[in-house]
Design a protein around this ligand. Structure first.
Ligand code: GLY
Length: 397
């Protein structure tokens, strides 16, 4: 089973697999795990597998509370993945013996003033029209659920099905699951695509290793569009969208501080507080179009604490234990790219934007299916990477 494992000094070595997954974040690892389970000889290339955006993400599974107008196909995809979470978690925890921090706690989205309330009412209407399970609560009802909320809360939406998981634990468990399923881990970045005729055929890594593969999956988050050696029209059009996020700790004596995810739109920005059972309280997140910048700024931290404090004044008592910034991989329509590109042998699993953790179970299943059978499941058809193929090139093809 381990005949294809990476040797200790792999420089200029050659390896051959059925599938090479470029990127070992949550999306790359879940793809590799599911592919290996289907009997495909699979490798992952990443200098630090298990890292990436999952190390920053809050882990909200927020299909209902992050619903937006005009994103009905994405809603269906998000809901399909949310439904898979309990079974996915059980299977992953069984395979690895590791807890992934999945918590079926629901989410409360609240309004702090009349404008927020109007915005939330519109969201509630959209949710109702979309057949989603969310209940409108008065301010008093919100505070009965979460006594730490500010007294001025004007009302809220209770989304009973928007849960959470712990992305760091999830990434760690997926890495273990990959290792146990026989996935080869090449701890080096893919820098250049290998081509064989008109097919993708693997990649050359930064350490000089050449990894040949029948199918190559671009799953490198924001970096997915940067692999050299590919025709420009097959590179996924993903860009980084920065998010700054904080981690606080709730001392034993203060617990339960919050019992579910609490969120609000304050001055047009989203703020959310995600309480973990182990006492961690995640406060996120900024949304910034600043390219590859991952600086944590005083302004970013200030805005998050200011908005979170308006929502839950007691947070100022809590130790602030971590500040961090990460990059969401965003596509032109905010939806992921799943499945074959126009280049035979090259697939994408990227562009998950705000929904990477939520979409992990479904992405793994969809990608394993298309890698094994060549057929993209129906639910993923609207998310083909080929929807971004320039019209002129399509006509001349
Ligand atoms: N889904 C939460 C975020 O991207 O900030």
């Amino acid at each position: 089973m381990h005949a294809h494992r990476t040797p200790a000094h792999p420089t200029h070595a050659h390896h051959t697999y059925d599938v090479l997954v470029i990127g070992g974040g949550v999306i790359g690892l879940v793809t590799a795990w599911r592919a290996a389970q289907r009997g495909l000889r699979t490798a992952v290339a990443d200098p630090a597998p298990g890292g990436g955006a999952a190390q920053v993400a809050a882990g909200m599974l927020a299909a209902v509370t992050e619903l937006h107008y005009g994103e009905q196909d994405l809603l269906a995809l998000n809901l399909a993945s949310a439904r898979r979470y309990p079974q996915f978690t059980a299977e992953l925890e069984e395979a690895t013996g590791r807890d992934t921090g999945y918590r079926a706690c629901g989410t409360l989205a609240v309004a702090l003033d009349a404008d927020d309330r109007a915005h939330l009412r519109e969201l509630h209407d959209l949710q109702q029209r979309s057949g989603l399970d969310s209940q409108w609560l008065t301010g008093r009802e919100c505070r009965r659920l979460e006594p730490m909320l500010a007294p001025g809360v004007r009302g809220g939406l209770h989304a009973l099905g928007d849960h959470q998981t712990d992305p760091r634990r999830l990434a760690g468990a997926l890495l273990t699951a990959c290792e146990r399923a026989g996935v080869a881990l090449h701890r080096s970045a893919a820098v250049r695509a290998l081509l064989s005729g008109d097919r993708a055929a693997g990649a050359e890594l930064a350490d000089g290793t050449r990894v040949a593969a029948g199918q190559t999956v671009l799953a490198a988050g924001s970096h997915s569009g940067r692999l050299e050696g590919l025709p420009p029209d097959v590179l996924p059009p993903v860009r980084p969208v920065k998010g700054q996020i904080l981690r606080l700790r709730v001392p034993e004596a203060y617990r339960p501080f919050l019992s579910r995810t609490v969120r609000a739109v304050v001055r047009g920005g989203h703020v959310y507080l995600v309480p973990r059972e182990n006492g961690e309280l995640v406060v996120g997140a900024t949304t910034e179009e600043l390219g590859w910048d991952t600086t944590v700024t005083a302004g970013g931290v200030y805005e998050l604490l200011r908005d979170a404090h308006e929502l839950v004044p007691g947070i100022t008592e809590l130790p602030l234990v971590e500040t961090r910034a990460g990059l969401r991989p965003c596509s032109p329509d905010n939806a992921p790219l799943l499945g074959p590109t126009r280049l035979p042998g090259l697939l994408a699993a990227t562009g998950h934007h705000r929904n990477g953790v939520l979409l992990a179970p479904l992405t793994g299943d969809v990608m394993a299916e298309v890698l094994t059978t060549g057929r993209l499941p129906d639910e993923a058809l609207p998310f083909s990477p080929q929807r971004f193929t320039p019209v002129l090139q399509e006509q001349s093809a």
